[in-house]
Design a protein around this ligand. Sequence first.
Ligand SMILES: Nc1ncnc2c1ncn2[C@@H]1O[C@H](COP(=O)(O)OP(=O)(O)O)[C@@H](O)[C@H]1O
Ligand SMILES: [Mg+2]
Length: 163
Amino acid sequence: MPSTLTRTLAGEAATVELGAALAPLLVPGLSIHLSGDLGAGKTTLVRALLRALGERGRVRSPTFTLVEPYCAGGLEIAHLDLYRLQDPAEWAESGFDEYLGGRTVTLIEWPERAAALLPPPDLRVLLELDGGGRRATLTAQGPAGERVVEALRGPRADDHAST
Ligand SMILES: Nc1ncnc2c1ncn2[C@@H]1O[C@H](COP(=O)(O)OP(=O)(O)O)[C@@H](O)[C@H]1O
Ligand SMILES: [Mg+2]
């Protein structure tokens, strides 16, 4: 059973806090898929994560470029957004699969657009609207993802954790 962690994010500050908490847990090659509707907070989370790693420049949504690469916190990080792919085959044609399978950390919004052409990630993050805020569900897909979820779970009392 993959381990899952659910966290309520009452406002944008909580999303930023989750991004900052994820930042020091990234390791080379880690892959995270971020799912949720437009405006759910996927880019907000990635931006906070990059800021926490020391990225000072502009962090723009890769909606039009498909990918924005960064070097931050001693890691190579590729932030991808596949929303605009019309067909999974476009993913293969893009050539950006070169970011996968190596040392680059990949943070991928709208992974569903590439369907089965994307390998499964180490960690899935689902962001959903929850009243005026959001609910984040993190699901580990393997040992590297498990380590992230367990580290995030920590001793905090406000986690609604299940395994
Ligand atoms: N926990 C939260 N509660 C309420 N609003 C949030 C929360 N997290 C982020 N937001 C807001 O929701 C919007 C999310 O936009 P964005 O991060 O671009 O979403 P996505 O990348 O998923 O399309 C931003 O306006 C942000 O301020
Ligand atoms: Mg986005």
